[in-house]
Write a protein that binds this ligand. Structure first.
Ligand code: NOJ
Length: 516
């Protein structure tokens, strides 16, 4: 709605604008493109979205259990993750699907309250630990590497009652949790991701109502969350670095979500607005870790401080890092974990003055954004097909942050369900093609992860939006998983290590081939 509104304003004010052409051409689609030597393919899920068993074997309540149980119909289909895909019991079938696809690795997350029911390290839940041991061992049996996210949105409810990411003690609590899981699983897990998507955690969970815990304290709680979350991430990195890296020999980093903000016109104002939108949107988390100087972006510090003063605050709503903290956070990621789905246009003109709630990060930024009506769309309102945005974003990460190794930790497309998912196939092909363009341009992309292995609980959208390569039948107590057409296409990409647009799968039987 917001984007349409902005589009209308923009068209009225500027008249029709000229836009960049999509890079993918029909000619390109006739060639087979190879992925670089050593490039790795996987799929991803997250604990709350697939595990179920929400109160089984000693697991304690987290913020998504709490939200879905206290406000069931705030979720689009009044559903929850109580059973979800029942992966807690069906992990062997999940691994079988990984083998069918021929994956190099599988990204999943750990449920904090399944491992530490009190939230703290005074009690380790053996049954929860066994579940993850079984899953990891089953994967390794078939040479599928685990890539493990420590935090994918399921904060223990008890810690949330204490403020969650807004309580500075979270740095200690999260650090203790991190040390525990390195001790428990680090002999076999060599790829760690500390946090999944700080932007969604902080802006949506603390500055809005679109993710648990839905604090909606705009322009204050979201910025406090950013600072504490970054310090907690850095704590986990340092613990790994100082206490485990030598013996366990793995990598550890953070996953940040980002779209590309394309300036709506050639005007200086729009270019500046697009750059600032990127800094407010995801640079706030990337800059402190990946830039040479560290710290929050200076334009953010200036803008929030100025607005705060105007609004009568006695200090900036954006908390400061001390010089020691800047150093503590800087450089704390072995790779740039990137979740990317879509992109849009950004502009700034008089039409955006005073239209945002104040205070809020939108108001601090003061820019408008929109997408084009004609862009292909998924089942999610925010997810339009814009492959050139992926290319531009990867080049921007290379240019801004000295070409770090990039792990694409999520990329995918939603439908309303059904096995014939040509829209998803087309999305994957276009986005992989754009990624190959970026690699040809020198971007150091090493890993690609499709979201998702199978349908799952899509947060506030419940089970209405489906991201799976495998369809899950939620009417069936057995939660039967069936490969979609896209599963066959992805399998061929992984097998051939190449992108061949002409490949037409035979979708009759899914088999397990080769060494898997
Ligand atoms: C990002 C999140 O990490 C994941 O949990 C979610 O399901 C997908 N994007 C799709 O929205």
């Amino acid at each position: 709605m917001k984007s349409l509104y902005h589009l209308m304003i923009l068209v009225v004010l500027l008249g029709p604008v000229k836009f960049n052409e999509c890079k993918t051409t029909d000619a390109r689609q006739n060639t087979v493109r190879r992925f670089p030597e050593g490039f790795l393919f996987g799929t991803a899920t997250a604990s709350y979205q697939v595990e179920g068993a929400w109160n089984v074997d000693g697991k304690a309540e987290n913020i998504w259990d709490h939200l879905t149980h206290t406000h069931p119909c705030d979720i689009k289909d009044c559903s929850n993750g109580d059973i979800a895909n029942d992966s807690y019991n069906q992990y062997k079938r999940d691994v079988e699907m990984m083998r069918e696809l021929g994956l190099d690795f599988y990204r999943f997350s750990l449920s904090w309250t399944r491992i530490l029911p009190t939230s703290f390290v005074d009690k380790i839940n053996e049954a929860g630990v066994n579940y993850y041991n079984n899953l990891i061992d089953e994967m390794l049996k078939y040479n599928i590497q685990p890539m493990v996210t420590l935090y994918h949105w399921d904060m223990p409810q008890k810690l949330q009652d204490l403020g969650g990411w807004n309580n500075p003690h979270i740095v200690d609590w999260y650090g203790d949790y991190a040390r525990t899981v390195f001790e428990l699983f680090g002999d076999r897990v060599k790829n760690w991701i500390t946090m999944n998507e700080p932007r969604e955690i902080c802006y949506q969970g603390y500055g809005d109502v679109t993710m648990a815990p839905r604090l909606n304290i705009k322009g204050v709680a979201d910025y406090m969350c950013a600072k504490n979350l970054l310090l907690a991430h850095a704590r986990a990195y340092h613990i790994y670095n100082d206490e485990f890296r030598e013996t366990q020999n793995g990598t550890i980093g953070i996953t940040i979500s980002a779209g590309f903000s394309e300036p709506a016109s050639e005007s200086e104002e729009d270019k500046v607005a697009a750059e600032e939108a990127a800094l407010f949107g995801w640079g706030i988390y990337a800059q402190p870790i990946f830039s040479e100087t560290g710290d929050f972006p200076s334009i953010l510090k200036e803008k929030v401080a100025a607005k705060s003063a105007e609004q009568g605050f006695l200090r900036s709503r954006l908390p400061e890092f001390t010089p020691e903290e800047v150093e503590y956070v800087r450089g704390t990621s072995d790779f740039f974990g990137l979740n990317h789905y879509s992109s849009g246009y950004t502009f700034r003109n008089e039409s955006v003055l005073g239209i945002f709630e104040s205070p809020s990060s939108d108001d601090d930024l003061g820019a408008g954004s929109y997408v084009l009506e004609e862009w292909e769309t998924s089942a999610s309102s925010w997810l339009k097909v814009v492959p050139w945005g992926f290319y531009k974003l990867l080049v921007k990460i290379k240019d801004d942050y000295n070409n770090p190794p990039v792990f694409i930790t999520e990329n995918g497309f939603s439908t309303l369900g059904g096995l014939e998912d040509d829209g998803r196939i087309s999305y994957y092909r276009k986005y992989l093609d754009a990624m190959l363009d970026a690699i040809a341009e020198g971007c150091d992309v090493r890993v690609y992860t499709a979201w998702s292995l199978m349908d799952n609980f899509e947060w506030m959208q419940g089970y209405t939006e489906r991201f799976g390569l495998y369809e899950v039948d939620y009417e069936d107590p057995a939660r039967t998983r069936t490969p979609r057409k896209s599963a066959f296409v992805y399998k061929e990409i992984v097998r051939s290590r190449a992108l061949d647009w002409s490949y037409q799968p035979d979708t009759d039987v899914m088999t397990i081939d080769d060494g898997h």
